[in-house]
Every structure is written in C-alpha cells, then in structure tokens.
Design a protein around this ligand. Sequence first.
Ligand SMILES: Nc1ncnc2c1ncn2[C@@H]1O[C@H](COP(=O)(O)OP(=O)(O)OP(=O)(O)O)[C@@H](O)[C@H]1O
Ligand SMILES: [Mg+2]
Length: 345
Amino acid sequence: MTLQEKEKKIVEVIKELKKVNYPGYSRDIVSFGFIKKIDVDESGYVFVDIEVPTEKEDVFESIREKVYDVLKHREDVEISVRKREIFKKNKIPIRGKSIAIYSTKGGVGKSTVAVNLAYSIKKIGFNTAVLDLDIHGPSVPRITGTQDYEPYSPDGKNISPAEKFGVKIMSIGYMAKGDTPVIWRGPMVMKAFRTLTFSTLWADTDVLVMDLPPGSGDVQLSLAQEADISGMVMITTPQELALEDLRRGISMFKKLSVPILGVIENMSYFTCDSCGKRHYIFGKGGGRDVAKSYGIDFIGEIPFDPDLMKMSDEGRIYVLEKDGEVSESFESISKKILEKLSLRK
Ligand SMILES: Nc1ncnc2c1ncn2[C@@H]1O[C@H](COP(=O)(O)OP(=O)(O)OP(=O)(O)O)[C@@H](O)[C@H]1O
Ligand SMILES: [Mg+2]
C-alpha cells in the first residue's frame, strides 16, 4: 500500500466516524477528540482505537453501537471502543463559555490575539473577560495598559479583576510586580492557576478568553484536567516549524479530551500599503493544511500589521481604534467562535 492509499483510507474512515454524535450533542466524536489512534497496515487493514471519557454506561454503549453501525459495511476495519475515567472538572465561575488560546511555540501571537479577540467579541455584544495564565511571563497587563491595577478582595476570599473598556482582566502580573522575576515551582504554579481561574469575580462574563504560556507544561495540564473549558483555539504562524509544534499540541489536548474548536493562523500575510497586494511573508496556507489533516476546523487568518505590534506595546486596543482588514478578520473569527460555542445575540 502506498502512503497515499493509506491516507485515503484513514480519511474515509474518519468521515464515517464523523457521523457519530455524542448523545445529546450536535458534535461528533471525532471533533471531541475520542479517536485515539487510527492506523493502516500493509494489507490495507484499518485499526481504529476510540476512547470515550465518560462514566455513564448508556452514553458509552450508545456511542459504541453507533460506531459499529457506521462502519459495519466495511470489511477492512477493526474497531476498539474503550471507556476512560475522567477527571472531575471544576466549573469556572462565569455565566457563559470559556476558550483557551494555545500554541506550543512561543511568540506566535497568543496574547495579542487573546486580548483583541476578547474586545472583538465584546463589540459584537457579549460580556467578555481575559484571563492571563502565563504565570512565568504575563504580558496581558502591558497589552491592555492595566499594569497599575491593584487587585483586592471584597470578601476575603475572591479577587476583583481589572476592567478596561468594559472587559474584565486578571493576571498574575498584578500581584507579582517589579523587575525581579518570580521563580515559580510546580505546586505554586498550580496554586496560582487555581486562584486566578476559580477565585476571580468574573460575574456575568459570557465569554472568557484565556491566554496560555507556550508549550505543554503545568498550566496547560491543570487547565485541561481541572477546569470545564469549552474549548481550545490553536494559534500558528504559516511557518513549517510552528506547524510541527502545532501537531504535537493537537494530540496532547485530544489525549486529555479537551475539545479543539479550531486553528487560527496569525501573521498570515502582509498587505502592502503602496501596491495593495498581499505578501505571504511566512509561506501560504500552512495553518489551513494542518487543520485539514487533523480534521479540525480552520477558523481564519489574521494579517501581519506593524500597528498591531506597536499598539500592543503601548497598551492600546487595536480592534477598538483601527478599522480595516485586521479588525475585520478578528470580527469574522469572533463570529465563528461564537457560533461554535452556540452563543447567539
Ligand atoms: N498579526 C500581527 N501583526 C504584527 N505583529 C504581531 C501580530 N501578532 C502578534 N504580533 C506581535 O508579535 C509579538 C509576539 O506576540 P505575542 O506576545 O502576542 O505572542 P505570544 O504567542 O503570546 O508569545 P509568548 O509565547 O511569549 O507568550 C508581539 O510583539 C506582538 O505585538
Ligand atoms: Mg503570550
């Protein structure tokens, strides 16, 4: 069997499996990340390994039956459907949904995108908030110009977030100020994560956007295991290197059964002021390709704009000040995310 033939089979089987929805949901088991492994051997036999994270016997049985049902017409497929124990996830104290912005590689624009996405969704008419979970290198206070905020506790238990132009913001940066970097160790990171996430007074937040540090360390793991996040949004630039990392990231969250809402490609192209043409400085279409090969949705591209960098450095919110293609792409991405979260105005 050639590689192409094997890939074709995998795509076919995945397509069939996408017909199986989680009971009571309109989302399928592929997008929930239940497919742990899918392989084709030399004789063309397909092995599918499915893991369902549930304690409910009826849910498990129903998924199992449907999987066998959609694949019963194929004689070249061997299926294994297993049940996996789930971690007890805590509810983030918000009224609506939460998304986490993730990339394995540093500097691809997570913090910039997280902040502008929150304001863009706010403009559409939802209450939004930003949670900076980059414990080691918080940058949201600077990007939002809220460095001077002093958090306080109105009840001796919970903390009040900062607020700028109607968006609530929380970051470890408000507590650990000064030039001396704080050396956080594992358990402290976990404690900081829990306090920021579960003890902030998020009130009537409809959409909480979480900015993560790069990679797959303690914070990502705690978040995926302990919090009831609605989904991950992966960010990449069109470069090959970043894409390789993204592949790893996707499989990590799939393993932890956290829904992946889709991929955003940042710094996709640069539109030249004088000639008006799009220049694909880092390559073209890489994010879209990787999304496709993983069966994940491509949510959109954000162009490169030096003003985005400049304004973020000055604590100014780009999407509130500048119209044009960057703000438009944030708007279109926001709408797609809201749709995925089933939030309607
Ligand atoms: N579309 C864009 N156009 C121009 N500059 C951008 C764009 N997106 C991000 N930047 C700039 O790129 C740099 C890195 O962005 P940012 O800090 O948001 O990345 P990050 O992924 O959060 O980094 P880290 O992994 O270190 O947390 C910043 O200077 C930011 O202003
Ligand atoms: Mg960052």
